[in-house]
Design a protein. Structure first.
Length: 203
């Protein structure tokens, strides 16, 4: 089976190279910005790309459990690396907006309150911070069952990320709707329906 082949292959591949690979796209984006490869507004392009890549990785993290449940593909050991890389990209997305785009503290605060897409995006980031800080073995041991409860916040964070993108774009665009549709489909696939009790055959 294809799933068995994938599982045998991934047993030999550790998760740590994902962190190195995850650092390469931002470096390439920075190089492109300095060399004029990002058009007339490189700051906006970097800001957009980092946010979009972060959303992709958040969605990829949601795919891990459905892939195992319905396809038998076990990628659970990569989920932490995917999540932390997503946080890294989203943090850079926010940092570019704060430092290179807006820069004025009073304007930043005003935008958070007045612009719904920024309000939603900041809410998602704030909720994401404790997940990133506790994505380590020490926190799992220290928090015990509470760790799993805390990390269920991802089911709120990812839809907020999709909503942030939807509110951000101008005019009607299909791309953010596709992301939202995929997100809610992946969340729906996690719902375990109650099993029907078998009735005893009539004698």
């Amino acid at each position: 089976m294809i799933a068995d082949r994938i599982n045998r292959a991934t047993r030999k591949v550790p998760a740590w190279p994902l962190y190195i690979l995850g650092a390469l796209p931002p470096l390439w984006l920075l190089f492109q910005g300095f060399t004029g490869g990002l058009g007339v507004d490189p700051v906006k392009e970097m800001e957009h790309q980092m946010g979009l890549w972060g959303l992709w990785l958040l969605i990829a993290g949601l795919c891990v459990t459905p892939l195992q449940r319905f396809a038998g593909v076990r990628l659970i050991k990569y989920r932490r690396a995917i999540g932390l890389t997503a946080f890294f990209y989203i943090f850079l997305h926010l940092l570019i907006w704060l430092v290179l785009d807006v820069q004025i503290v009073s304007q930043i605060i005003a935008d958070i309150y007045k612009r719904p897409y920024i309000t939603v995006g900041m809410a998602a980031f704030v909720l994401l911070v404790p997940l990133a800080l506790t994505s380590n073995n020490w926190s799992i041991r220290k928090l015990g069952p509470r760790w799993r409860q805390l990390h269920k916040l991802v089911y709120v964070i990812v839809p907020l990320g999709g909503l942030h993108f939807f509110l951000l774009v101008k005019g009607f665009q299909i791309e953010p709707l596709i992301y939202l549709g995929v997100i809610f489909l992946l969340l729906a696939l996690r719902i375990r329906l109650p099993r029907r009790k078998r009735t005893a055959p009539a004698e």
